[in-house]
Design a protein around this ligand. Sequence first.
Ligand code: CP
Length: 330
Amino acid sequence: MRNFIAASDVSDINALVKKALSYKANPFADIALGQNKRIGLLFLNPSMRTRLSTQIAAQNLGAEAIVFNVDKEGWALEFEEEAIMSGSTVEHVKDAAPVMGKYFDVLCIRTFPSLKNKQDDYSELYIRQFIKYSGIPVVSLESATLHPLQSLTDILTIQESLASTHGKTPGKPGGYRPKVVLTWAPHVKALPQCVANSFAQWINAWGEADFVITHPEDYELDEKFTKGARITHNQDEALKDADFVYVKNWSTYNDYGKIYCNDPEWMLTREKLGLTNQAKVMHCLPVRRNVELSDEVLDSAHSIVTQEASNRVWAAQAVLSEILASQTVR
Ligand code: CP
C-alpha cells in the first residue's frame, strides 16, 4: 500500500480487518517494524480520536509520531497552483510538503471541506497536493469528502460485534449477511458528508452486508459513493430488522453545504430501535446528545460507540503497518 485515501487503496478489506484484529490481540507484535521511522500527523482541523489513536498506533509499531497542528501552529498554507500569494497565505504546499517529505517517512493529514464550493471540496485538492509534493506515503486522517480510517474501523467493529454477540461470521460460504442501515440524523450545524460518503464507499466495497441508506428528501449523497445501496426516505422502513444502525448527520450535497429539513423526528430513539433486530448503534463521535442520538440509546447496551472509537487504534495500526512494511521491502 502506498497511500491510504479511499477504499480502492485496499486490495482485500477482510485481510486488513484481520490484521487490525490481530493487533488488538497483540498490540506490540510488530514493535520493530517502525524502528527509526518518523510519522508526521498534520492537523488542519480539530480532532480527538483520530489524533490519539493514530499516535498510539504508531507507538505500538515502534515509530515516532510527531503531531503538528498546522491550523494553530503553522504558516497559513496555499494550495492553488500558480497562486499570486498576496493575501493571507504565507507558504505554498509546493514548498512545505517536500520539506515534510524529508522530515518524515509517512505523512498523515486531516483536512475538512469548506462546504462553500462543492467542486473544490470534491476535487480533494489539499490531500492531492500533499501526495504530489511530499514524495512520501500519505494517509488520510479525514479529507474533504472521505474518512477512511473511520470506515475501516466501522467494518472491523461490525465484524467483531457479529462474532462476539451472535457468533456469526459474514463473508464465509453460508455466512451471515447483516443488515446495515446508515441513517441521517439532525444537527445544529452544517456538517461535511465525509463520514457518510466513506461509510457508503467502504460497505459497498466490502460487499458483505445488505446496505440501506435513509435520509430526508434533499439529503442525497454523491451516487459515486452510494451506488449499490438501497436508498429510502422512510426511516421506519429502513430500520426494520436492521442488525446495525449507523447514525450520522450530513449537510446537503446537491445544493451544497446547506441544512434543509432538521426534523427532530429523525433522531434515533429507543422506540425506533424496537423496529430493528436488536440493532447495535454506531456513531463516529463526537455526538450531539439528544439532538443526533438520545441519551436512552447512547447509554443503553445497544450502543457500541466506545468500542468503535477504541478500535480506531487497530485500524490505524494495520494501515501504518502495511505502509511501513512496503517501505522496508523497497
Ligand atoms: N471520529 C473522529 O474522527 O473523531 P475526531 O474528530 O475526534 O478525530
